[in-house]
Write a protein that binds this ligand. Sequence first.
Ligand SMILES: N[C@@H](CCC(=O)N[C@@H](CS)C(=O)NCC(=O)O)C(=O)O
Length: 251
Amino acid sequence: MRPVTVRLFVIPGSHPAMGARLMLEHKGIPYKRVDLIPVASKGILRAAGFPGVKVPALNLDGQKIQGSRDIARALDGAQPEPTLFPSDPDQRQAVEEAERWGDEVFQPAPRRIIWWLLKRSRAGMESLMEGARVGVPVSMAVKTAAPIAALSARFNESTDDNVRADLAALLGWIDHVDALIADGAIGGSEPNAADFQIAPSVRLFMTMEDLRPYFEGRPAAEFARRVCPDYPGSIPAALPADWLPAAPAAV
Ligand SMILES: N[C@@H](CCC(=O)N[C@@H](CS)C(=O)NCC(=O)O)C(=O)O
């Protein structure tokens, strides 16, 4: 039976939260979205009875689920069709492996880089929050967000060294997304849990003007725009030029 009371807690601009939104929408499950301001989000999630402090956090008829991968499985359990995982065991293994890579390796990188940028300039922060309802006008939330950006950069270990390492890995990651599409683990006619895991991360990378050119023209970009058509935000270029990969792989 379709779940009745569904509430999804998100942070505006959060890519795994966008993945959870897309999974709910794919299954046609009506839900109420609760937009949270980062940092304050931790206390609110605890007050709402969640064990952890991160989004996406889903209240599914009273069941409290956190983490994009657990949410995918809980949604399939609550409403099996359309399924988020193939029934063929080999295909399922390929999707689960892609999903795990998407969560553990790929997903943290754009989060680290964007907080590095937002800590130095809040230009673009308002665009990431487009459509969010956080209790105060978004422009006012952004004006007072400097401490939030600094704390979030710290929580996410957005150090110069980590961001440089992410940028050094970027072209290999784009190749990996393209290879997953070519192998059929993602990018098929029926989106699966790995599609909803990886596409929002590509979209978050592509909000950064420094990095969008590396994706343009690649299968990864076309895939991400198809699976995740609406992703707000445009963050002005501000990464040091000598940290960036040599040249966009394709134009
Ligand atoms: N791998 C987790 C990541 C969750 C995560 O780090 N969420 C971020 C937003 S993108 C968050 O809640 N940050 C707030 C915090 O760390 O307090 C997932 O896929 O659900």
